[in-house]
Design a protein around this ligand. Sequence first.
Ligand SMILES: Cc1cc2nc3c(=O)[nH]c(=O)nc-3n(C[C@H](O)[C@H](O)[C@H](O)COP(=O)(O)OP(=O)(O)OC[C@H]3O[C@@H](n4cnc5c(N)ncnc54)[C@H](O)[C@@H]3O)c2cc1C
Length: 395
Amino acid sequence: MIPTTRLAVIGSSIAGCAAALAAQRAGAASVTVFERTDGQLAARGVGLAVHGERYRELEAAGFLDARMPYVPLAQRTWYVKDDSAPSPLGRTLSVMPFGFRTYSWGSLWRELRDRVPESVEFRPGVTVKEIQLTSRGVELEGESFDAVVGADGYRSVVRGAACPGTEPEYSGCLAWRGAYAEAELPDAHLWPADDCAYVVFDGGHIVIYRIPDDSGGHRVNWVFYTTPPAGHVLPPDGQRALTDDLAERLAGITEHQLPPFFASLIEATPVEERFVQPLYDFTAPHYATDRLALVGDAATVARPHTGAGAVKALQDATALQEALRSAASPADAFAAYDAQRSPVGRTMVDLGRTLGRVLVQETPDWAGMRDGDLDAFWSRADKVGAFGGRELGRA
Ligand SMILES: Cc1cc2nc3c(=O)[nH]c(=O)nc-3n(C[C@H](O)[C@H](O)[C@H](O)COP(=O)(O)OP(=O)(O)OC[C@H]3O[C@@H](n4cnc5c(N)ncnc54)[C@H](O)[C@@H]3O)c2cc1C
């Protein structure tokens, strides 16, 4: 990159920290990060899973490394309630290899944040309200920059300037989430430590795995996907507490449709550790203009069934770094970045919609499945092979 480039990054979550690191490594003259919160994001979120091969690519690119605390997973077991099954975990429909590693969102963010050098200037507590393109560059918050990276999430103000009219679409589904110390899980020994449980029921499923805590132990992390009860009104953005109707829906499915072990696992979650997130999806028609680039959820949100949101954000930063390093101007770099990452966004959104349909909105007769049926179901569902994220450099 031309070393005089002054670059701003909006947002300092996973995509923002990675983009700041990318711009600094690519040789920007200055990198300034604007973040609307006070900058302490570590308490947010619960767990996330990263595909092992995507991890290796991101480790080679210098965005993840083995010192970041994680829990290794080896298998994914699909369970369904069956009152005649001898195990409290229910009947096993399939056991698949699952070479993922899991992270606590907060510690992953903290590790990334700690790797951003001090030469990057962070401005916490600043909400960027408007982006203005001028003949000299980009104006925001009374300052001028040569280029701006939008890492400001799914309601991105940068995307509003780069791709007016692109709005996230509500998928019609919700994710109820929870996490708590493994010591609170009754009969934890019954469930293998390296297992990712997919517990399926009519109209949805739950993904459950262990994540690291801050002291070398584990927490149980679950995400429960289904549709809201009829008449449910979506709360305003950012409001995540369970309303009475959502708490009742969770309790009803837990009581009637889950194997006993997993029902106890959900019920053991302290009420204050339960929350809900509506699922949106969209992809921006382009990832960049001459002076604006989008990374992470600002560019594309694929439904979380893809297991790849953080991976996608870190891959965006990797691609941005390469593009900035090898181009003569931000405009050339952003054009190369757009060409590489836009197709990936489309692939992941399509996969998320397909998985949302077959795993939530039009679920098959799980209980009627016999040997091999689940494996065939999964091969059809992820026929593009993008679950956990695309290989770097491939659409
Ligand atoms: C239920 C669920 C499960 C998931 N599971 C996984 C998983 O297993 N694996 C995985 O890889 N991913 C998963 N994800 C996705 C993953 O969490 C995100 O894709 C990833 O964290 C990238 O987020 P981001 O940094 O782009 O955006 P965000 O985390 O939304 O950050 C945007 C930042 O920008 C700031 N900001 C916004 N607007 C402004 C403004 N105007 N001015 C200044 N600052 C602003 C915000 O305060 C925030 O800090 C999951 C997501 C959900 C919803």
